[in-house]
Design a binder for this molecule. Structure first.
Ligand code: GRF
Length: 207
């Protein structure tokens, strides 16, 4: 069965690249990449991979939201992956896709929703940091967490060194989570993440 994935990205697209590399072995197909930034490297990566690349006009929020709504309606994906998509989406773009839209966020949610996660973790003296993949709800970075990867904070770490060490782990985390979703191992039921039919008590950990 064809499993269609649409990726939303605003920038560099390294998480998109990680998914592109695994799509045939994990049996899904990225059918389009959408960006709010016409210059995003993610769009170039999509074009190079022969994938439809769509730059949305987000100069004005309601126009951007409306273009996104229309594109998702047309594409009818099985899964939408927000991979470095730096916009907060309106409820009417989120609610129709509840359980089918995920986001990767560079913190151990519920810690540090929003921006500057690495800096905030360092300021708080955290010994462990990481990244999370969660189902998207209308609440910013607040939907049910599916999976996490953890990273020790080392003496002398800076926001940049943390981001750099975390990135390859993010790629594994996102790819593994998409694989679980594709296999039907993970589902959202009434705001509860189910793993193989059982409510998940703690996020799944990906090394
Ligand atoms: C990642 O760190 C992701 O967690 C965050 O934005 C970054 C995107 O990186 N939300 P890339 O565009 O996938 O390289």
């Amino acid at each position: 069965m064809d499993y269609r994935v649409v990726v939303l990205a605003s920038g560099r697209g390294s998480n998109l690249q990680a998914l592109l590399e695994r799509q045939s072995q994990d049996n899904y197909r990225i059918t389009a990449v959408l960006s709010d930034k016409p210059q995003a490297r993610a769009l170039t990566l999509a074009q190079e991979g022969g994938i439809e690349a769509i730059a949305m006009d987000w100069a004005n929020r309601s126009e951007g939201e409306s273009q996104l709504r229309d594109q998702l309606q047309r594409l009818q994906p099985d899964l939408i992956v927000l991979a470095g998509f730096m916009r907060i989406l309106a409820e009417d773009n989120v609610n129709p896709w509840l359980g089918k839209m995920i986001n990767i966020h560079p913190s151990l949610l519920p810690l540090y929703p929003g921006l500057h996660t690495h800096r905030r973790a360092l300021e708080d003296g955290r010994k462990v940091h990481g990244a999370s993949v969660h189902f998207v709800t209308a609440e910013l970075d607040g939907g049910p967490v599916i999976s996490q990867t953890r990273l020790p904070v080392l003496p002398g770490d800076t926001p940049e060194s943390l981001a750099k060490r975390l990135l390859p782990q993010e790629h594994r985390l996102l790819a593994q989570t998409v694989k679980w979703l594709r296999q039907g191992a993970i589902q959202l039921a009434d705001r509860q993440v189910m793993y193989n039919g059982t409510p998940l008590k703690e996020p799944l950990v990906v090394p």
